[in-house]
Design a binder for this molecule. Sequence first.
Ligand code: ZN
Length: 84
Amino acid sequence: MSDKTNKPCRRVAVLQQRIVKAQKELKQIQDECPHPKETLDKKFGGNTDNYDPHSDSYWVTLHCGVCDRGWVVYSDDPEYRRYR
Ligand SMILES: [Zn+2]
């Protein structure tokens, strides 16, 4: 066996580089996306049956129809008001 056995072949290395590059590009597009309100898919969630009501929490799961990013905003985040 040659010492190449533990190294990915050239083709794999090229593909992995492309994936890294594509992920960077995707991240840049998502970072720059204004996530227009009208394209946002919102799913509201809540956890309100706690014995101690102070433990109750609300959140919204958002998904942007433009850049395909998904994220969650909790009600204690000032940003939450924007999505109600
Ligand atoms: Zn977006």
